[in-house]
Design a protein around this ligand. Structure first.
Ligand SMILES: O=c1ccn([C@@H]2O[C@H](COP(=O)(O)O)[C@@H](O)[C@H]2O)c(=O)[nH]1
Length: 288
């Protein structure tokens, strides 16, 4: 595992990217139905074509891209190779990559996940990785530390966009909800960045579809000083107005993510790019 000295943090690079390109995080989710609707076969060749089209459309035109690892893992090592090439090409273009892998395990295994995705000498390191804290926030320590050391970031699942998430994330122990534990954990990790007036690199996932949960649970998302990845916009029913309601004064730190809604504009590179750029511009109006 290596960690080169980096001069910019993920939080700083993310802020610069969204200032330049708007806040959209464009998802690459090669669902079978989408791949086929693009006139491609649902196999490694179709996956490759689909992914290369997304890279061509998004690289250098949107600030942040979020490939969903699961859709590549479906095809085994050949699918993962497609994902790795996409991550490398996007990073090469300067477009930030949040790899949606939702990794989480006991600390010693978490160290291997961190090494796999966040080390400088990983096969295809991402700028940030989504991580699952349900083995305990501190179990994420190897990823938190390696990300900090290599100028990368993590997004910790806080309030996920699916309705089933409530049963775990709203649960309280001694009056503190599970979600609040994650917010407090991220806040502590981002304290130094806050004292320096910078956005931190430990983000949270908070879905655009969570309704009034942030208010009901009394979460202070702005105080956490980290980026707030907000999936659920578009196909899951989340709207720009929902973003306003859910995030309130934390809106400037929100990174709305949309996959199917943007990808449905394919298979042409130009229409796909236009859809992403237009969505990002519309979101910028709302988040401003
Ligand atoms: O709470 C969460 C966390 C992650 N996701 C992921 O985001 C995309 C959403 O895709 P859409 O097509 O825009 O619905 C997908 O990769 C999910 O795994 C999420 O939806 N909710």
């Amino acid at each position: 595992m290596t960690s080169a000295v980096t001069t910019t943090t993920f939080g700083e690079r993310l802020r610069a990217a969204t200032d330049s390109f708007g806040p959209l995080c464009a998802g690459i989710d090669p669902h079978r139905s989408l791949v086929e609707s693009w006139g491609l076969t649902y196999d490694v060749d179709g996956l490759t074509r689909f992914t290369e089209t997304c890279v061509e459309a998004f690289a250098g035109h949107v600030g942040v891209v979020k490939p969903q690892s699961a859709f590549f893992e479906v095809f085994g090592s050949r699918g993962v190779a497609v994902l790795e090439r996409a991550v490398l090409a996007l990073c090469e273009s300067g477009t930030l990559v949040v790899l949606d892998g939702k990794r989480g395990d006991i600390g010693s295994t978490m160290a291997a996940y961190a090494e796999a995705y966040l080390a400088d000498d990983a096969v295809a390191p991402a700028d940030a990785l989504t991580v699952s804290p349900y083995l305990g926030f501190e179990a994420l320590r190897p990823a938190l530390d390696l990300a900090a050391g290599t100028g990368r970031g993590v997004f910790v699942l806080g309030l996920t966009s699916n309705p089933e998430g409530r049963s775990v994330q709203h649960a309280r122990l001694r009056d503190v909800s599970v979600a609040e534990t994650m917010v407090r954990g991220a806040e502590a990790e981002n304290a130094q960045a806050r004292s320096q007036g910078r956005l931190g690199s430990v983000g949270l996932v908070v879905g655009a579809t969570v309704g009034s949960a942030v208010q009901e649970l009394g979460l202070d998302l702005a105080a956490c000083n980290g980026p707030l990845l907000a999936p659920g916009v578009g196909a899951q029913g989340g709207t720009s107005e929902d973003l306003r309601r859910v995030f309130g004064d934390a809106l400037p730190n929100v990174l709305p993510s949309s996959s199917r809604d943007v990808l449905s504009a394919g298979p042409g590179v130009e229409p796909l790019r236009e859809q992403a750029v237009r969505t990002s511009a519309n979101l910028a109006e709302i988040l401003r």
